[in-house]
Design a binder for this molecule. Structure first.
Ligand code: ME8
Length: 516
């Protein structure tokens, strides 16, 4: 069976989950569910990033131990994900023993390859970003007050950076510059979207400097083997999680390399530069693809702790169901671009695309089936052009959805699905089943109703990775039985014509009541 391994970033435990975290995880979940539906052996990993100075400092501020902070945030993630219908196969914590073993093994492999050496370090460090900057990088990127040495700012987030001067281990990142460029050029799909690929190419062409990979100024992390004055840099620790969960270093890692690492645009360099270079140095296969999505603002404003406007998924779930949130986030913004989360936009999308189009098509189709044929599908007559066009549209949609999801274009996949729904509603108007009934044309009526119900079944099947709960309800009405979407497959259920004459659907019940 073909395997498919998808990952989310592991989230820092210094902060509560917000919609940015939910976004990546929902997107990864749709990839996992779609690939399961397509018959692949899926491994879907998410988890948390517990080490590093940022977490240590957050714990200190609350007067607790880092592990206590981690435990409490982990509880929030573990209860949130099922509520958002996240179907992850594993949840990794970087404080787990399996991960410590993997990180140590990774370190030793890098060391054995001669890719790590001990040196001396003098640089600037941004704690919130857990990123090192050189003097020149601060100046070049025009961070404000760049002239005054005691008031420097991070080129990424604009917050103050600290000067650090310490003995450190270094990773010979510079040695892999050419190999990485070759790899990116030889594999056009390695980094998506294209704009991010170009960004990485420009960065690497600008020259890679060896990377400091240990710290001596705090202790919350995994100690360097045989030199425990040093803690392994949190990004080396964190990135290795993708291998840990795949079984590194013990097992033969059937799921590695990952098919896709989904990430946010802010952590592109770590994933598309540091991580592949580390893997090359360790002589391990590289992930097949890294896709960076954009950032959400909320009602036009950047989410921030100080403004207190970080939108928390559990609050959102008090107002809207998980499927509506999942649908909105992946439909509203082309994946890869930035977007704005607004409640007006959410209600509008829901009311037009789900209540008016999708919900209405199902409801009117099943209602007519009950009104004219007691809920029962009847033998069909010969197909007319409009019928064949609907079947063709459904089959094209199946191929296009698969292609769109294959390149993480969720908005395109949903547009393909919605286009068939709109066609279905036009088909109803064009064929006017009420007139066929009046005219007593039972055969034509049966043909039209069959085409409606069968196309709905296949549309809902394709939508099910996005909206598992609503689709289970809709399929339940069509099939007249309780449906577990997780057991369905395109191979067994994706063909046109599987519904038989004589099948009785359930009475329609509204699935998408209008939101006001
Ligand atoms: O970066 N919109 O963890 P993290 C969309 N531990 N996505 C957003 C967002 C927003 N407004 N704000 C944050 C880390 N994110 C590391 C990862 S992986 C080996 C280690 C996204 O908790 C952000 O882009 O700070 C990132 O992908 C994710 O949340 C995790 O952020």
């Amino acid at each position: 069976m073909q395997r498919y391994y998808v990952t989310t970033p592991i989230y820092y435990v210094n902060d509560d989950p917000h919609i940015g975290h939910a976004y990546t995880t929902i997107a990864a979940d749709v990839l996992a569910r779609h690939n399961r539906l397509s018959g692949r052996d899926v491994f879907f990993l998410t988890g948390v990033d517990e080490h590093g100075q940022k977490v240590e400092q957050a714990a200190q501020r609350q007067g607790i131990q880092p592990i206590e902070l981690a435990d409490s945030v982990v509880r929030r993630y573990r209860s949130l994900w099922p509520e958002l219908e996240i179907s992850n196969d594993d949840f990794i914590r970087t404080t787990e023993e399996r991960h410590r073993k993997a990180v140590i093994a990774m370190w030793k492999r890098l060391q054995a390859a001669g890719a790590i050496y001990k040196g001396f370090y003098k640089d600037w460090y941004c704690v919130p970003c857990e990123t090192y900057w050189t003097e020149t990088q601060l100046k070049d990127t025009g961070s404000k007050d760049a002239g005054s040495l005691d008031d420097k700012h991070c080129p990424d987030c604009g917050r103050n950076v600290d000067q650090v001067q310490e003995e450190s281990y270094f990773f010979r990142l510079g040695d892999y510059q050419e190999k990485l460029l070759e790899h990116i050029h030889a594999n056009p799909d390695f980094i998506g979207p294209d704009s991010r690929r170009n960004e990485v190419l420009r960065f690497v062409e600008g020259g890679l400097r060896d990377l400091s990979v240990s710290r001596t100024t705090f202790s919350w992390g995994i100690p360097v083997p045989d030199d425990d004055a040093h803690v392994i840099y949190v990004w080396i620790d964190a990135l290795t999680n993708y291998l840990t969960a795949a079984g590194f270093p013990d097992a033969d890692m059937p799921h590695w390399p990952a098919d896709v690492h989904l990430i946010g645009k802010d952590i592109l360099r770590f994933h598309a530069v540091y991580w592949p270079c580390m893997l090359m140095a360790a002589d391990l296969p590289l992930p097949k693809r890294i896709f960076a999505h954009g950032w959400w603002t909320v009602e036009g404003e950047k989410m921030s702790k100080s403004k207190g406007n970080a939108l928390q998924p559990d609050k959102l779930l008090e107002a809207y169901d998980a499927d509506t949130i999942r649908y909105f986030m992946l439909r509203e913004v082309p994946f890869g671009q930035d977007g704005d989360f607004s409640f007006t936009a959410l209600r509008q999308r829901y009311n037009t695309e789900l209540a008016n189009d999708m919900g209405n098509l199902l409801n009117r189709s099943l209602s007519m089936l009950y009104k004219y044929q007691d809920g029962k599908l009847a033998a069909i007559g010969s197909e007319q052009a409009g019928d064949r066009a609907l079947v063709a549209a459904v089959e094209a949609m199946q191929r296009n959805v698969d292609a769109a999801i294959g390149k993480q274009a969720f908005h395109e996949a949903l547009e393909q699905i919605n286009a068939v729904v709109r066609q279905g509603n036009r088909y109803v108007e064009e064929n006017a089943p009420w007139a066929l009934f009046k005219q007593g044309d039972r055969e034509r009526l049966a043909t039209v109703l069959y085409h409606l119900v069968e196309s709905l079944r296949l549309v809902v099947l394709q939508l099910s990775p996005f909206m598992p709960e609503k689709c289970a309800l809709m399929l339940g009405q069509i099939l007249h039985t309780e449906v577990n979407v997780e057991t369905l497959s395109l191979a067994d259920h994706g063909g046109w014509g599987l519904l038989q004459a004589g099948h009785v659907c359930a009475r329609p019940e509204p699935v998408f009541p209008r939101l006001d």
